[in-house]
Every structure is written in structure tokens, then in C-alpha cells.
Ligand binder design. Structure first.
Ligand SMILES: Cc1cc2nc3c(=O)[nH]c(=O)nc-3n(C[C@H](O)[C@H](O)[C@H](O)COP(=O)(O)O)c2cc1C
Length: 195
């Protein structure tokens, strides 16, 4: 059975700590029984427009801007959604926050237009977060934001894996690998238990 992965990538650094966490997952996924395609949406490269609260999605399905289409496709085809991001000012970097703000169109589809499931495909989600300090409160904020938007994205956050203390150049590859492998196994179990 193919298990497709869609990644919302939120670091401007293609070779940074967040990317290393993602690489870890991609290299261990088959060991966890996660075989299938991977599609990565790079929020910095895509630079989609921010929500301008124009009210379009409250009256009509979709958004006035068409740059969300690749995300929509990813969300509809994926079994696993990975949000991979550094912590910026105790939250998501602006380009990734923009992606989550744009899911307001799903909120309006559900609550103003009465569409029960604006995103049809159910997904298991993982958060991979790296941060410079030893204060994990930014990750807690990110989890709260994801809990909110996942309600209309048909996604459930199964596990978070972190790489803390990177300001000191610290990257505990063994600890990160163990945590990411555990996340991969748990997400597999979660999907297998779905009815
Ligand atoms: C604009 C900016 C804001 C940041 N804010 C925080 C923060 O609030 N808390 C924290 O622990 N680290 C913060 N950091 C550090 C990054 O989270 C850290 O360097 C991260 O590991 C970078 O990931 P990357 O290598 O994938 O880009 C910030 C870094 C930048 C550039």
C-alpha cells in the first residue's frame, strides 16, 4: 500500500537543522513501512500571498488567489503531512504562517458554506521543529496553532520531534534520528489503526 508524504517546509536554509531532520525522516521512512511518493512545498521559495481577509471564501468555495493550488493538491493526496520548521519568535516563520492563515478558506468552507470536509483526505501529521535555545515554548505555540488549523485540514498531529539548542551549533544526530524514527513508527501505527 502506497503511503504518500506531503511536506510543508518552513526554513529559508535548504541545508539547515530543519532540513537535516527531514532528511532523517526520508532516510528512515521505508524502515517504518512508509513507502510512497514525497512532495515538498518550500514556503520560502513559493512565497504565496498572505490572506487579506477579502471575504471571498465566505461566499464562494476557494480563494481569490490561485497560488494555494499546490498545497491543496498535496493535502488531498497525502496520507502523512509533515510540517518541518525552525522556531522564529516563538512561532512559525512568516512564509509558513502565511500558509496556515490561508487555510481560513477551509474554515469558511466548513462554517459559512456548510461543507463538512473541505479537505477530504484524512491525514496523520508530524511536526519537526528546530530551535536555537533550550526553551521549548515556541514549539508549544506551534502545536497549538496546528491543532487549530488541522481541524479544518482533516489532519491529526500524531507526534512532534525537536532539535533544540542549535544556536550553540548543537545537533545531536543520534537523538534526533531516534526521535524521528519513533515518529515514523508512530505515524505508521496511527494510519494502520484507522478504520
Ligand atoms: C528570525 C529568527 C527568529 C528566531 N526565533 C527563535 C525563537 O524564538 N526561539 C528559539 O529558540 N530560536 C529562535 N531562532 C533560532 C532558530 O530557531 C534556529 O537557528 C533554528 O535551528 C534554525 O533552523 P534552520 O537551520 O532549519 O534554518 C530564531 C532565528 C531567527 C533567524
Amino acid at each position: 500500500m502506497s503511503t504518500d508524504v506531503f511536506v510543508l517546509f518552513g526554513s529559508p536554509r535548504g541545508n539547515g537543522y530543519t532540513a537535516r531532520m527531514l532528511e532523517c525522516f526520508l532516510s528512515c521512512r521505508s524502515g517504518a513501512g512508509i513507502e510512497g511518493g514525497t512532495s515538498i512545498f518550500d514556503a520560502y521559495k513559493a512565497a504565496i500571498k498572505p490572506c487579506v481577509h477579502c471575504g471571498h471564501c465566505k461566499k464562494t468555495r476557494g480563494c481569490v488567489y490561485d497560488d494555494f493550488v499546490p498545497i491543496e493538491r498535496g493535502l488531498e493526496s497525502a496520507d502523512i503531512l509533515i510540517v518541518a520548521s525552525p522556531v522564529y519568535a516563538l512561532g512559525f516563520p512568516a512564509p509558513l504562517k502565511t500558509v496556515f492563515d490561508r487555510t481560513q478558506q477551509y474554515f469558511e468552507a466548513k462554517f459559512s458554506l456548510g461543507i463538512e470536509k473541505p479537505v477530504k483526505k484524512r491525514k496523520a501529521a508530524l511536526l519537526f521543529a528546530s530551535y536555537g535555545s533550550t526553551d521549548g515554548s515556541g514549539v508549544t505555540m506551534m502545536e497549538k496553532q496546528l491543532e487549530l488549523v488541522f481541524r479544518v485540514m482533516n489532519a491529526n498531529l500524531v507526534q512532534t520531534a525537536v532539535s533544540p539548542n542549535t544556536d550553540s551549533g548543537h545537533f545531536d544526530s543520534e537523538a534526533v534520528r531516534a526521535e524521528v524514527e519513533r515518529a515514523a513508527l508512530n505515524v505508521r501505527r496511527y494510519l494502520d489503526a484507522l478504520p
